[in-house]
Design a binder for this molecule. Structure first.
Ligand SMILES: [Ca+2]
Ligand SMILES: [Ca+2]
Ligand SMILES: [Ca+2]
Ligand SMILES: [Ca+2]
Length: 292
């Protein structure tokens, strides 16, 4: 598993501000050739993350200022571990004690948010089987597992934070994938994938399993990522499901209706998620759709 990180701040295509009052210095322009110089990047290779299991692959890393020192740190879930990399003056150092001692096998992805409102970034790590973790930050980039999520043995890929029911508390959606079968050298699925998870924050630091609010047709799509957007512009958050396998719908939209999420009908403009296509003006969904 390799990562490339730019040692400078974000760039922009916007022209520098010239009007008064004086504006802060603009970020470097994207045309700055130094930003395209490979020597401007740190390359980090995390050893031991290879796997021969073709059924498994991760869904990403989590980046945030976990220790509150003003720079971005990294949590890298992987097939055999989850690793915490702290930015120490522009160089990343692994801190093996930042994350609690847990079984991180088949850690697939994660997401961060300050779900408890204490000013630091907390962390969800999803696992492709064996249960997901919600880790609470103590403010210094050290985490504990307080078992705030219901334990579900689901082949999870990724997690998404948001206030889905607009009650002021952060909620969590977890994408459920599933196991395929190897038949004649090809991976195929002959049964529905694992149900996605939907957990509403209770305002007291806990979560309530509200997965049944997702209509049956939205579950079980071998989902990589659940995106959130108000697709139909009614003020209520909707979901986009980016799925695996052509045997199932590669993409689905769930529209919020009376506290439930219902499958948007085909032809309504929300199901055009074939590989390379976009869905609506707010969300771009992409599903590979086939296995290599
Ligand atoms: Ca930091
Ligand atoms: Ca927090
Ligand atoms: Ca909420
Ligand atoms: Ca909506």
């Amino acid at each position: 598993m390799r990562f490339l990180f730019l040692a400078f701040g974000a760039c922009t295509d916007a022209p520098p501000a010239t009007s008064s009052p004086p504006a802060p210095p603009p970020p470097p322009a994207c045309g700055d050739p130094s930003l395209r110089d490979e020597t401007s990047w740190d390359e980090i290779e995390i050893p031991g993350e290879g796997t021969d299991d073709r059924r498994f692959f991760g869904s990403g890393v989590v980046v945030a200022d976990f220790d509150g020192d003003g720079d971005l740190d990294i949590v890298a879930p992987g097939p055999t571990s989850a690793r915490y990399l702290r930015d120490d003056g522009g160089r990343f150092t692994e801190d093996p004690t930042a994350l609690p001692e847990l079984d991180y096998s088949h850690a697939a992805g994660g997401a961060t948010a300050d779900f408890d409102g204490d000013g630091d970034f907390d962390l969800v790590i999803t696992r492709w089987g064996g249960g997901d973790y919600l880790l609470v930050n103590d403010g210094s980039g050290r985490f504990t597992d307080e078992h705030l999520l219901p334990w579900v043995d689901r082949h999870s890929q990724s997690a998404t934070w948001g206030d889905f029911n607009l009650d002021g508390n952060l909620d969590l959606a977890i994408a459920g994938h599933g196991e395929a079968e190897a038949i004649d050298g090809e991976l195929v699925v002959t049964h529905p994938g694992d149900p996605d998870g939907l957990y509403f924050g209770d305002g007291k630091g806990g979560f309530v399993d509200e997965s049944d609010r997702l209509a049956r047709g939205l579950h079980s799509g071998y989902t990589y990522v659940i995106g959130v957007s108000d697709l139909d512009h009614d003020g209520l958050p909707d979901f986009v499901f980016t799925n695996d396998y052509p045997q199932w719908r590669p993409g689905m939209a769930g529209l919020q209706r009376d506290g439930q999420w219902v499958l948007a009908p085909r032809g309504a403009g929300f199901d055009d998620y074939d590989p390379g296509h976009s869905a609506g003006q707010d969300v771009v969904a992409r599903s590979r759709g086939t296995r290599e």
